[in-house]
Design a protein around this ligand. Structure first.
Ligand code: G6Q
Length: 550
């Protein structure tokens, strides 16, 4: 079943949109200092909690009327119904005519979710059971390399959605991982990635997971072939070693078999799982190998808890809805075009990179689902680094630059690696940054500190920089699942408001074909006939004439 595009007035002509514009004008003269002064309970009232995550959005530049108006807009565009359509497995990915049903990946075993009339939950649990059995065998040393040695290293080969989730989850959950197994991730077609990842590994103790939904992705296949050659070289070219050292995660059994991997060692998923929404499918095999099946189940429970909350909680208390709507407010009414994601947790160091794909590949669109050019801003730029490192570099621009940047701070009450009082220091920095961004320092305050007059303008902080803070007890597999689902659904909420397809990626598809012609021209023995622009032609000629013979 296909969901029809929104019929009705364009987004910016809706009365709810116009009302929000008026609210933005009204609030322009009321900085956060004033909003806090006017409501002593703001810090407690502008907060919500679900699935173990506490969201403080009091430092966003909103008041109760703005929040109500944002919810009115959500109602007007039919958000509640669109959420239900996603959970029902409708073809909400209209341009690819398929569901976006990542919520089925973490549905309980007794649930029934149908895709085109067929229940998919049993299949999901079937694959999970096979993954668990395999993970146990590898972790117990029962799964052996070709000459009978146990596996000591696991290398995931994949790119984009088949890499960023696995790397992020491995780093995030390293505390729970088997320390006697090495985990590496190879994504880039740049040979350095493979060479450096395998430099200190023994091929006879290494297991490769070739992770590719389509199994046709240039980078992944190039690296998989390199891995095959590297492995077979250790066995005098004996191709039967592939069976012990390679497994596949894919939807494409034919190509997996063509590569030489036994499809008995393939873990499947489905076309209704988008790459960037796949870390909790078989794409998470490396995660399961690292943390074990029980922890992986906890990860899925965290996702599920957030899914249930998203599906059923009233919008006023609904974390993904609140985060999504606040993002719309910041993007479209305050003109902020970037979001800094700032985890005060070293284990989340790859979380900003993961979110970049989730958010920007999903909502980096400029036509509506119906194919009309939008006349409003859509997905903002996401970026970030773990705190406190960022404080010693780019925070300067956030505090005193001319651009408005919204910040998402993420922190935990308990440290996983406690060291003296360092966790308190870490979290003190998180809280202090949010406070400074919101309230700044006025010229009078700076003067009162005895600052020489000439320096006063340099030491003034305007403040009024919006941020949200997500605080959880500790980083567990379940917390990570809830956190990822929170962002997945917030992205969806924004896509619904902006009336765009958050689940296609035509820009990425373009990249997959663009390089093919050029690659043939670089490889050609004869001087190729070039029909690019003059700059590209010159670059190709220069590269061909300057590269050293291999
Ligand atoms: C994700 C994107 C993209 C994709 C990669 C890898 O949503 O579609 O990042 O995951 O291009 O694709 P394969 O898994 O098919 O190799």
């Amino acid at each position: 079943m296909t969901v029809s595009p929104t019929i009705g007035p364009g987004l910016t002509s809706r009365p709810q949109w116009r009302a929000l514009r008026m609210h933005a004008e009204r609030l322009a003269g009321r900085p956060l200092r004033e909003l806090f002064a006017a409501d002593p309970l703001r810090g407690e009232r502008f907060a919500a909690e679900a699935a173990g995550l506490y969201l403080d959005y009091a430092k966003q530049r909103v008041d109760a009327d703005v929040l109500r108006a944002l919810r009115d807009l959500a109602d007007a565009v039919g958000l509640r119904e669109r959420i239900a359509a996603m959970f029902r497995g409708e073809h909400i990915n209209a341009t690819e005519s398929r569901p976006a049903l990542h919520v089925a990946l973490r549905a309980p075993q007794d649930d029934v979710i149908e895709v085109d009339g067929v229940d998919v939950v049993a299949d999901v649990h079937g694959v999970l059971a096979r993954m668990s059995a395999f993970a146990e065998r590898v972790r117990d040393g029962d799964w052996k390399g070709h000459d009978g040695r146990p596996i000591r290293a696991v290398v995931n080969i994949g790119i984009g959605g088949s890499d960023l989730g696995p790397v992020m989850a491995y780093e995030a959950l390293r505390h729970y991982s088997r320390r006697d197994l090495a985990f590496r991730f190879v994504s880039n077609v740049d040979g350095t990635d493979f060479v450096e990842a395998t430099r200190d590994l023994d091929p006879r103790e290494t297991l490769f997971i070739v992770c590719s939904k389509t199994f046709t992705t240039l980078e992944t296949l190039a690296n998989a072939h390199a891995a095959r050659a590297w492995t077979l070289a250790a066995y005098g070219g004996d191709a039967s070693a592939v069976a012990n050292h390679f497994v596949a995660v894919s939807t494409n059994a034919k190509e997996v078999a063509r590569f030489g991997i036994d499809t008995a060692n393939m873990f499947g998923f489905w076309d209704w799982v988008g790459g960037r929404y796949s870390m909790d499918s078989a794409v998470g095999l490396s995660t399961m190998l690292a943390i074990g099946p029980a922890n992986f189940r906890d990860l899925l429970s965290g996702f599920r808890a957030m899914d249930e909350h998203f599906r059923s909680a009233p919008f006023e208390q609904n974390l993904p809805v609140l985060m999504g709507l606040l993002g719309v407010w910041n993007t479209n009414f305050l003109g902020l075009d970037s979001v800094a994601v700032l985890p005060y947790e070293q284990y989340l160091k790859r979380f900003p990179a993961y979110l970049q794909q989730l958010t920007m590949e999903s909502n980096g669109k400029s036509v509506t689902r119906g194919g009309m050019r939008v006349d409003y801003a859509t997905g903002p730029v996401y970026w970030g680094e773990p705190g406190t490192n960022g404080q010693h570099s780019f925070y300067q621009l956030i505090h005193q630059g001319t651009r408005g940047i919204a910040c998402d701070f993420i922190g935990f009450c308990d440290a996983l690696a406690p060291l003296g009082d360092q966790h308190d220091l870490l979290i003190a920095n998180l809280f202090a940054q949010g406070e400074a961004l919101a309230f700044g320092r006025t010229a009078d305050e700076v003067r009162a500190e005895g600052t020489p007059e000439a320096l006063v303008p340099h030491r003034v902080f305007e403040g009024n920089r919006p941020s949200s803070t997500i605080l959880a007890q500790r980083l567990t597999p379940g917390t990570l699942g809830a956190l990822v689902a929170l962002y997945e659904h917030a992205v969806f909420v924004q896509g619904v408001i902006w009336d765009i397809d958050s689940f296609d990626q035509w820009g990425v598809e373009l990249g997959k074909i663009l390089a093919k012609t050029t690659a043939a021209q670089l490889a050609s023995e004869d001087e190729p006939v070039l029909a690019h622009d003059s700059s590209t032609n010159a670059l190709i000629r220069r590269y061909r004439s300057h590269r050293s013979p291999s």
